[in-house]
Design a protein around this ligand. Structure first.
Ligand code: UTP
Length: 458
């Protein structure tokens, strides 16, 4: 081992790598050296050192509730402004799809999961069809940026190619890959190995979007193309109203640098990020970091003091994003304790029974406090948030499918059609290419429509 590397490993608490060195072949040693070049060993050491520090929360006396705009006011003007911006090619759409879907327990990218209630379209297809529908509506191929990670990249790309980009133009879709961070042993801080010559790494969190967008050159390309706003969403939410013109319109008219949709929390401990305001700036506290006392605090009218939940639907002003990218390294890392199988120093595989590893992730919403001008717009869980996180129980395929059926039931009811009044929600699937929102649905629905269930409208 080169002396420089040896010194670096010793000074950053990675002596364990030195001791396993002799057990490896020369090609294996070379491979590890190569991987270590892209690991910031000092950063890993300092994150490990600070592992027991809790996230620093603002002074509780300075925390205020956030103002949330109800979009029904001025929504016609806002919608027109949003459509104008889309028509003039000012908007790009960014989907983060680099997560490993470990809770769902899938070996494939989560976006490949069949999610629609009847035809079992994948999340990738559903989102692509929404983008195709809105592109047709505004007569403009809206750029669709997809962030993958080394864990999801190949399969995502293959899937899009095999499915012919779901009707989108090939040159409308841009893939870029986020970075990774090594996982370390919880007790020693030593970097874990998944193979003799392979460090265990995982995607560096959706906050990795910033560095990846900048490093890929895409951000610059978008600016050159005249893009001014980026609509951000997560692959695992089938209900998201992609590039909602009303949301875009409000964001533009308020000259907001960073806007977000907000859903009301149902209970103090909902598993949602919490929007708060401190000294005029907005920030989000993860549910796991929200002290119970604060979570339970009530306003005089007995409603929750902290009631604005984060469904991870954002709009970024591109200049703001560009500035933030320069400071992307200033965003904090969040630690997650996970079970990670690894090779011990004798190269023997260990399958842990309890959490043995620390993973490090940056979160996109940590950029909120940087925005001087920000805007929160209300939506509801029923209309826009049905995340796919777990294999069963809450936030599972079952709940995500049911949420779609319930939403479409509402659309039918708006058209004056009463759905069967039994305990089970009827199976309904409305393809985005038939209608992307209630308004379009009402326009396209044939007169005297008499639905039969399961109901598929394509
Ligand atoms: P989550 O952390 O909720 O889901 O990410 P996950 O990573 O897919 O699944 P688990 O946590 O392993 O069970 C929310 C969204 O952020 C994206 C995911 O793809 C998902 O759309 N994400 C997450 C990334 O793009 N990169 C990451 O490093 C982490």
């Amino acid at each position: 081992m080169r002396q420089v590397l040896q010194n670096k490993l010793s000074s950053t608490n990675q002596g364990e790598i030195i001791s396993r060195w002799e057990k490896l072949s020369l090609p294996e040693q070379n491979l590890i050296e190569k991987q270590l070049e892209s690991v910031d060993l000092e950063l890993v050491a300092s994150l490990y050192q600070k592992r027991n520090q809790t996230i620093s929360l603002p002074d509780i006396r300075k925390i205020e509730t956030v103002p949330v705009l109800n979009p029904s006011s001025n929504s016609i003007e806002a919608k027109m402004e949003g459509l104008r911006s889309l028509e003039q090619g000012e908007v790009a759409i960014l989907m983060v799809a680099g997560g490993q879907g470990s809770r769902l327990g899938t070996m494939q990218p989560k976006g490949m999961w069949p999610i629609t209630p009847i035809t079992q379209k994948s999340l990738f297809q559903l989102h692509s069809e929404k983008i195709l529908a809105i592109s047709r509506k505004v007569n403009r191929d809206i750029p669709f940026l997809i962030m993958t990670s080394p864990a999801t990249h190949e399969q995502t790309l293959e899937f899009f190619h095999a499915q012919r980009f779901f009707g989108l133009k090939r040159d409308q879709v841009f893939f870029f890959t986020q970075g990774t961070m090594p996982a370390v042993d919880i007790n020693t801080g030593a970097i874990l190995f998944e193979e003799p010559s392979k460090i265990f790494t995982s995607p560096d969190g959706h906050g990795g979007t910033l560095t990846a967008l900048k490093n890929s050159g895409l951000l610059e390309n978008l600016k050159v193309k005249g893009i001014r706003h980026i609509f951000f969403f997560q692959v695992d939410n089938p209900l998201v109203q992609i590039a909602d013109p009303v949301f875009i319109g409000h964001h533009i008219s308020q000259k907001s640098q960073l806007s977000s949709k907000v859903i009301p929390k149902e209970s103090p401990t909902d598993k949602l990020g919490n929007f708060i305001q401190v000294n005029g700036r907005c920030q989000i506290i993860e549910y796991s970091d929200l002290p119970l006392e604060l979570a339970n605090r009530k306003k005089p009218d007995n409603t929750l003091f902290i009631s604005a939940g984060n469904p991870a639907i954002h709009l970024f002003d591109i200049e703001f994003l560009d500035d933030i990218c320069l400071n992307a390294k200033a965003l904090p890392f969040h630690l997650a304790r996970k079970k990670v199988p690894y090779l011990d120093s004798n190269l023997k595989r260990v399958i842990p029974e309890k959490e043995n590893a620390l993973k490090f992730e940056r979160f996109i919403f940590d950029i909120f406090p940087f925005a001087e001008k920000w805007l929160l717009v209300s939506t509801s869980k029923e209309e826009e948030f049905a995340p796919l996180k777990n294999a069963t129980g809450e936030d599972s395929p079952e709940t995500a499918k049911l949420a779609q059926c319930k939403l479409f039931t509402k659309w039918l009811e708006k058209a004056g059609i009463t759905c069967p009044n039994d305990a089970n929600t009827p199976e309904i699937e409305i393809c985005p290419l038939f209608a992307i929102d209630t308004e379009e649905f009402l326009q396209r629905l044939p007169k005297n429509f008499n639905p039969k269930y399961p109901l598929l409208m394509e």
